[in-house]
Design a protein around this ligand. Structure first.
Ligand SMILES: [Zn+2]
Length: 474
């Protein structure tokens, strides 16, 4: 067999200006989820539909086979053969957020070798890099004996309805990767279990109290550490004393907040630090901290039950210790739990949504039951379960071996195999891993204001993806 020698990086570098101009156009599309624009062929809004169409239009222009699957997802396909290799990216982006950007999020700007825009690193930049990899293989006429599909998702940042719909109608690749996380290679991801408990806590015992907890609320999404918690209390206690206590509590825990007198009673507002739910110990959970404060007050029975539950099972216990379900293993690490959404109303229903990430050797049904048993004593019942099973590809698998070889050859560095508590599209395919685009040591700016990517890194990613796709499909 003839040995093919391609200078992967040089081929990527030759196309740098074309790549940057294509990418900047693509980044101008405001592909943020917009439920109110949902319609046929645009289930997640017009911006996202336009971004999907834009990618497919490029594919068609460059002579690939393309398909739009009901506006949920699409693909760009090359090559012939039985077997199918998948590369999965997404065109939807998270909203720009509330912090002012240095340059507008949808007007890409290059400063100091970095490209700034929403989607630059998550995931339009890497998706365009993977597309250019396919273009290079086509332009160089490299012999491939399998089909390769760039599968374009549109709802990655929300509910993955895109890939779910896609794989209900389209072929499952035998293996593949997603350019939507970190280099070198992520081969394992923890299982995800999001549990919602609901109930109306009833007065069982009468209790002497100075304050009644009227409302308690924190968090919007279970996959984030809540950075704001609010409680309303009413009663005939001394407002001044509570304010003083609260101030010194905030000081002691080095955070901000305030107590405000209302028409009736007092509103307490506490700020925490948001963080991704897979590392709950690295944020500052506002709900847990505020409940810790409230425990010092003399509260009514119902309110004190809700607050006690946090302190009993969750406060300062991010690995399930207080629930008696802590577990750590070598491959995927520790079980983690994040209390993400809390709602309490004195005169209505209360709820609690937690996001758990479990490693190998844990039975998710058993886990669910054990937490439910504990919370039953607080009159809360399990009412909703969302589950993503854990995902793992053996390091001996040809997919991992080939990607590791490509990485080591081009980077002249060992391809360390990683695992994560997060969820990537790698799970959407039966045999899938995450492969880039963030290089070790680089600052993570996805989902943040001033999101950016090092342009040189994207060019290197094109080179890696080109060789990777070629090695997998040859
Ligand atoms: Zn992403």
């Amino acid at each position: 067999m003839q040995q093919i020698l391609v200078r992967w990086y040089d081929e990527a570098l030759k196309r740098k200006s074309q790549f940057l101009s294509e990418l900047q156009q693509f980044l101008r599309i405001e592909s943020v989820y917009n439920n109110s624009e949902s319609r046929a062929m645009a289930p997640f809004g017009l911006g996202i539909a336009q971004a999907l169409e834009h990618m497919l239009m490029l594919g068609e222009r460059d002579g690939f086979i393309t398909k739009n699957v009901d506006g949920y997802a699409g693909h760009i396909e090359m090559g012939d053969g039985e077997e199918l290799i998948g590369v999965l990216g997404h065109v939807d982006v998270v909203s720009p957020g509330n912090t002012e950007w240095t340059s507008p999020p949808f007007a890409p700007e290059i400063r100091d070798g970095k490209l700034y825009a929403r989607g630059a690193i998550d995931d339009k930049g890497p998706m365009m890099a993977a597309y250019f990899a396919m273009k290079i293989i086509k332009e160089l006429n490299l012999p491939v004996h399998k089909r390769v599909r760039l599968i374009i998702g549109t709802d990655e940042e929300h509910q993955w309805r895109c890939v779910n719909h896609y794989f209900q109608h389209e072929e499952m690749p035998t293996m593949g990767f997603t350019p939507d996380a970190d280099f070198p290679i992520i081969i394992g991801e923890k299982g995800l279990l999001s549990l919602t408990f609901t109930g109306q806590i009833k007065e069982i015992h009468s209790k002497e109290s100075t304050w009644r907890l009227e409302e308690f609320s924190a968090g919007q999404e279970s996959n984030k550490v809540p950075d704001l918690a609010i409680a309303k209390i009413e009663g005939d206690g001394d407002v001044f004393i509570v304010k003083e206590l609260f101030q010194s509590f905030l000081l002691e825990h080095q955070t901000h907040g305030y107590a405000e007198e209302m028409d009736t009673g007092l509103q307490l507002v506490l700020h925490g630090v948001a963080h991704h739910a897979f590392e709950p110990n690295r944020g500052l959970n506002a709900a847990l901290l505020l409940s810790k404060f409230l425990q010092q007050l003399s509260l009514d029975f119902q309110g004190s039950q809700y607050i006690e539950m946090f302190n009993q099972y969750f406060t300062d216990s991010f690995f399930g210790e207080k629930l008696g379900i802590a577990v750590t293993e070598e491959v995927l690490g520790s079980f983690t739990i994040n209390v993400g959404i809390c709602r309490y109303r004195q005169d209505g229903e209360s709820s609690l949504t937690m996001n758990c990430r479990y490693p190998m050797g844990v039975n998710p049904d058993g886990l669910k039951e054990r937490i439910a048993e504990r919370l039953a004593s607080y009159q809360l019942k399990l009412t909703n379960v969302e589950h993503l099973p854990l995902h793992y590809v053996n390091q001996e698998h040809e997919l991992v071996q080939k990607l590791a070889h490509v990485y080591e050859e081009q980077m002249q560095q060992p391809a360390q195999l990683l695992t994560t508590g997060g969820a990537t599209y790698a799970r959407a395919i039966e045999v899938g891993v995450a492969f880039g685009p963030l290089f070790p040591g680089r600052l993570e700016t996805a989902h943040q204001h001033d999101e950016h990517v090092e342009i040189d890194d994207l060019i290197r990613a094109i080179a890696l993806y080109t060789q990777a796709i070629y090695e997998l499909a040859k």
